[in-house]
Structures are given as structure tokens and as C-alpha cells.
Design a protein around this ligand. Structure first.
Ligand code: NAP
Ligand code: ZN
Length: 360
């Protein structure tokens, strides 16, 4: 039998950024008492997304400090509220980028909670009860059951954690924009957390995959370990010219401001480029890059809860996980510095359970 829901708030160890310097250090936060519809979990692993880096520096202008980042959270259920039927104590679950939404609007009823105008992000947002949300760089999470995911039981949990953001953020547009067609040529711009998952999904969908990267050092791994068919150093105009008009669909995961024209020129007639990277400043497009070949540019944000579960199940069936560097929480400031220099292969994942203790 599940223990009775805790009647009071709990003090939780965490690491937080206090200001836009982005420096993270130990912090204590309160998690609410478990409500009838809540699931409480002991956090085991949390991925480090480039969005965490954007947010601790307030790149998007909406950051709230002190901030405990982290939205690729895997943990073990320690308590469920009286109304929770789908989750049990001891089960391994995930929480991604969302912890609340209205559940009523046309977006929520179409399982597109990520576009609900009243959605609540996992951290640096205000929840419906007025509290500020805090993320997974912490030992305990409490979350509405509607936003809790079931992790595939056959995947290593540390390498599966980044599926909750990096995985779904590329899977969702590949499905929605029909960029998952076997035999088609798929381009991935930026080989980081999101990009390496896009390569893996492209191969799982039977596509030919080209990686556009600014890091020549990533070529061997991209081709030999991730399965990419072609690697183009995007800073080399000759290599870019040789790729002109060869690609059907591109997913652009780049975190920094960059012109889209060089990538658009590699698309075929009717080619699509979908942006998932969110640089701080606007990106430029010359209209001619679109009009000359009836090309299309779109964008996409994470994925809904139903689709995230579908993606997790797909990864379980096809044995798809992320390539990770597992780190203790004490390494987080160095990890953030390296992430800012595109120096991670290909996602940092924090071993929360073994490294976030009070004495840290
Ligand atoms: P990441 O691991 O840092 O990967 C980004 C990659 O972009 C880098 O590894 C690098 O790849 C490339 N890059 C970096 N600077 C570049 C530059 N100046 N010019 C060209 N390429 C550059 O980051 P991530 O976690 O995958 O996130 C990527 C972006 O997606 C971030 O902006 C993040 O906030 C955003 N995001 C969006 C959503 C959404 O819902 N749409 C969800 C999650 C994250 P190479 O070394 O191969 O060039
Ligand atoms: Zn993310």
C-alpha cells in the first residue's frame, strides 16, 4: 500500500542560480505537500539542456531567480496522491518541460499542452497556486499526474533522461511536418543534445542523414557511432556548395544566432527547414532562399505529453538512448561552460541521487 500523502511541505536539497551570472550553488527549496492528484518522486538523474544555460543567463528575458533548472528528470515514485491510479510507489517515471496546463483549451484537448496559453514550465515559471516552479537539479519533485511519464523499463535511466526534452523536441516536428519518411534525405544542423537525437531518429526512420556541424572533431562519431551518412563542416563554403539542393528536410538545433540561407540552399524544391533551436537574437533569412525553390521554414516546441509517451515507447522498442557524459552536481558550472562551447558528447546528465547530498 502506498504511504499516506504527506501533509506538509518538504525541504529539498537543490542547486540554484541566484542571478544572471548563471553560477549554480547549493540551495534549499520547499516542495508542496503531495495533493490527491500528485506524484512525488526521488530524482535519480537530470539532463542538462542548453535551455538551462539560456535560462540561467536570462537569454530569453523571462528568468526568475533563484532558479533551480532541469527538465529532463527521471526518478522513482515515493508517494502518490489518493486520486492517482496510473502510477505506483517504486515505479520509474519521468518529468519533462511541463508541469501544468489548463487541460481545457483546444490545444490541451488535442494533446498539445506545450502550446496551451496557460501552460506552466517545469522551472522558472509561476504555477496556478502562485508558487514559482523549480526543476530537477534537486532531490525531490512533486508533479501533477497528468505531466508524469512512464519510462521504458529496458533502457538505462541516465541515458534515457534526455529523451524527455532533447528526444521529444526533435521527434515531434519530424512527425508533425512529415519529416520521417524512409528513403528521404534528412539534414541536422548542430550536433549537440537535440541534434544527435535527430540523427538517431532519422536513422531509425530509415532516412539518409547529413549532419551540418561547426565542429570537425565530431565527424568520426557522427558517422561511426551515430550512423550519419554524410558530415558537412558548415563553415566550409566549398562543402556547403557541394551539398546544394540535395536535402528534403532539415531540422535546425543551433543555439546561437546564425543565418539560415546557407542551409536553405541545400534543400531541394519544396524542402522544409524546421527550427527547434532558440537563439537569443533573431535569425536572418533572405526571401530569395525561399522563393527560388518554394521552400518552407517552420518551428516547433517540445511535444505534448501523449506524444512524449509515444516517443519514449518508440525508444524502448528500438533501443534508442542518448549519448551522455554522466556528471556529479559539483561539476555543473564546468559543464555549463563546456556546453556554451559546444563541448559535450552529447548531453551532460547529472547523477542526482549519488551526488546531491546536503554536504555538497
Ligand atoms: P547543444 O547541446 O549546445 O547543441 C547545440 C549545437 O549547436 C552545438 O553542439 C553546436 O553543434 C551548434 N552550434 C553552437 N553554436 C553555433 C554557432 N554559432 N553556429 C552554428 N552552430 C552552432 O544544445 P541543445 O541542448 O541541443 O539545444 C539547442 C537549442 O535548442 C538551444 O537553443 C535550446 O534552448 C533549444 N531548445 C529548444 C526546444 C524547443 O522546444 N524548441 C527544446 C529544447 C531546447 P556543432 O558543434 O555540431 O556545430
Ligand atoms: Zn530542454
Amino acid at each position: 500500500m502506498a504511504p499516506a500523502a504527506a501533509a506538509t511541505e518538504v525541504e529539498v536539497d537543490a542547486w540554484a542560480a541566484r542571478d544572471t551570472s548563471g553560477h549554480l550553488s547549493p540551495f534549499t527549496l520547499s516542495r508542496r505537500a503531495t495533493r490527491p492528484g500528485d506524484v512525488k518522486l526521488k530524482v535519480l538523474f537530470c539532463g542538462v539542456c542548453h535551455s538551462d544555460l539560456h535560462q540561467i543567463h536570462n537569454d530569453w528575458g523571462n528568468s526568475i531567480f533563484p532558479m533551480v533548472p532541469g527538465h529532463e528528470i527521471v526518478g522513482e515514485v515515493t508517494e502518490v496522491g489518493s486520486e492517482v491510479k496510473a502510477f505506483k510507489v517504486g515505479e520509474i517515471v519521468g518529468v519533462g518541460c511541463l508541469v501544468n496546463s489548463c487541460q481545457n483549451c483546444d490545444r490541451c484537448t488535442r494533446h498539445l499542452e506545450q502550446y496551451c496559453q496557460m501552460k506552466v514550465w517545469t522551472y522558472t515559471d509561476k504555477d496556478y497556486d502562485g508558487t514559482i516552479t523549480q526543476g530537477g537539479y534537486s532531490t525531490i519533485m512533486v508533479c501533477r499526474q497528468e505531466f508524469v511519464l512512464k519510462m521504458p523499463t529496458n533502457l538505462p535511466l541516465d541515458a534515457a533522461a534526455p529523451l524527455l526534452c532533447a528526444g521529444i523536441t526533435v521527434y515531434s516536428p519530424m512527425k508533425h511536418f512529415q519529416m520521417d519518411v524512409a528513403g528521404k534525405h534528412f539534414g541536422v544542423v548542430g550536433l549537440g543534445g537535440l541534434g544527435h537525437m535527430a540523427v538517431k531518429f532519422g536513422k531509425a526512420f530509415g532516412m539518409t542523414v547529413t549532419v551540418f556541424s561547426t565542429s570537425p572533431s565530431k565527424e568520426k562519431e557522427a558517422c561511426e557511432l551515430l550512423g550519419a551518412d554524410r558530415f558537412i563542416v558548415s563553415k566550409d563554403p566549398e562543402q556547403m556548395k557541394a551539398a546544394a539542393g540535395t536535402i528534403d528536410y532539415i531540422i535546425d538545433t543551433v543555439s546561437a544566432t546564425h543565418p539560415l540561407d546557407p542551409y536553405l540552399s541545400t534543400l531541394k524544391l519544396d524542402g522544409k527547414l524546421v527550427m527547434v533551436g532558440i537563439p537569443q537574437k533573431p535569425v536572418s533569412i533572405h526571401a530569395f532562399s525561399l522563393t527560388s525553390a518554394r521552400r518552407y521554414v517552420g518551428g516547433s516546441g517540445i511535444g505534448g505529453i501523449k506524444e512524449t509517451q509515444e516517443m519514449l515507447d518508440f525508444c524502448g522498442e528500438h533501443n534508442i538512448t542518448c549519448m551522455i557524459e554522466k556528471i556529479p552536481i559539483s561539476y555543473i558550472n564546468t559543464a555549463m561552460e563546456r556546453l556554451g562551447k559546444s563541448d559535450v558528447k552529447y548531453r551532460f546528465v547529472i547523477d542526482i541521487a549519488n551526488s546531491l547530498k546536503p554536504e555538497d
